[in-house]
Design a binder for this molecule. Sequence first.
Ligand code: NCN
Ligand code: DMD
Length: 613
Amino acid sequence: MRTLVLGGVRSGKSGYGESLLGDHDRVRYLATGPTTTSDAEWLARVAQHRRRRDDRYSTVETTDVSDELRSDAHTPTLLDDLGNWLAAQLDRRGGWGDEPVDITDLTGDLCAAISSFDGDLVIISSEVGLAVVPPTPAGRRFQDELGALNAAVAAVCDRVVLVIAGRVVELPASPTAAPLSPTAAPLSPTEPQIAPTAPTIAPTEPRISPTEPEIPPTEPETPPTATEVAATTSTVAPSTDPGTPTVDPTDAENFPAIEMPDMATAGAARARHLTLTKPAGSLGRLEEIGIWLSSCQGICPPRPITAPTVAVFAGDHGVARSGVSAFPPEVTAQMVANFVAGGAAVNVLARRAGATVHVFDMSVDADTPPEVSRFKVRRSSGDLTTTDALSLAEAREALAAGRAVADQLVDSGADLLIGGEMGIGNTTPATVLIGALARREPVEIVGRGTGIDDAGWIRKTAAIRDGMRRARRHVHDPLSMLAAVAGADLTALAGFLAQAAVRRTPVILDGMVVTAAAMVAAELAPGASRWWLAGHRSVEPAHTIALDHLDLVPVLDMSMRLGEGSGALAALPLVASSVDILTSMATFDEAGVSDRDAADDDVSSPALATGPS
Ligand SMILES: O=C(O)c1ccc[n+]([C@@H]2O[C@H](COP(=O)([O-])O)[C@@H](O)[C@H]2O)c1
Ligand SMILES: Cc1cc2nc[nH]c2cc1C
């Protein structure tokens, strides 16, 4: 158990920290404070601390804490304290002057050493942020650095407490929004789940990553592993299920402020990458994805993804009757049946990647089984070229449904979400949304969807032109824009993607249709895109424009244009690999591999400089 004990001066934090190790026969005490001082008051404080510690303690006076922790990662240890360690590092790097110095490599290395410590470890640190802002640059630097250091160390500890006036306050792992429908039953997968034939996302071997942090009371129990999820037999919830969500649709378009992923943890993950046995940056995008996921989880190294979950939103569109698709509208309902039976591409790719699939009929123009239609808003959305796709009330209902789906999946343990969709003709409303929000002309952005011929492309371009004419009136009102042209499936997707960000849950976006919904979600919930990773670039021209608009760079570019969540699922194993890299690679120290600085040292050493030829 790794515990970070925070507290102000004389708060009782050191005494409390020592009490946590009271049951051990032997305790190593890592003292980081200066011992060579003539300050009598300081020496008296040190003496007081020493008196309190009995002969079970062996004291190591050091500021090379990372090395000391690695040299013995089992013996119960008290590290007192981080502030003195930080001051020593700033001394070492000349960090008290006007120019800020970068110590993220040192803090990252410390966090890595803490996270791989497997005995009882208690770390004491001051909570300086509650005091006045110091009047000197050096004081402010120290306060800022210690705040960031405390956050980074907290991210790799199992428990964090704050001691105030001798009272101990437990600090929860990370804040989460209250679910919209607290009484709603957890969702169950729609297809009978078959254990994946491939290694699952969550390996069964022991992980370097720390044990689960304390989970706040509103959080679900520890999520099941992907294997457990995949072994679950589908239980079909009837549409009259009392668990059917009771989201208040009248408020569906109002989102709380989106919190950002944790930047201190991103710093720790970036620093950890520098300690791993590879040239800095050599894993390219894989490194960035791991850093992003770490920052979303607020922990470095990140936890393995145990319950990746796909939600496929299905719906028909009136405009599909105008010859804008290569397929007839009946295919939407037929494909929903295929998803439920487990025979679609999304099912196959999900099984390979250890993900679970849920399907939601939002507006299919047919009756579908109750287990997929409990959020259904209507049969087919209206033809966007001539009428509103939805009424405002229906748009709110669909938005609330998407949010409820995200809430319930997260409450059921999903730790990564994927939005998928299916609907004949839906590339037309998606292109209208992108064209209107990115202010492009129809001919620049119209693609071939399911594979329309040239005559179909001309019909589709005319429909998109008409749709954009109607959509442009609503560019400053995302809800009415969804009602005017999007339809219930894309509206639910927008709610789902925005709510995932509210719930601090990472998302992999799929193709053009999902990204169109994401553009509206980013209007509804500014900042939500920080929780999204673009899984791939679809061949649809509007997709590149949407990705640029959201400032997202896709992981894959595989000439895919299926939808369903397929492109996101293709990227999922790479996301899982980015976690493995951060959790399982050996560091230079652990593997005894010389790092780059050592090479520089050698080259500049006199022996080599004048050495034998
Ligand atoms: O998302 C994409 O990039 C994408 C690109 C082309 C086609 N699709 C899928 O194809 C269907 C819509 O195509 P269409 O030609 O009927 O508008 C719908 O079910 C989407 O899932 C999706
Ligand atoms: C068969 C088929 C499968 C799909 N999956 C997503 N969109 C689709 C469109 C068609 C036509």
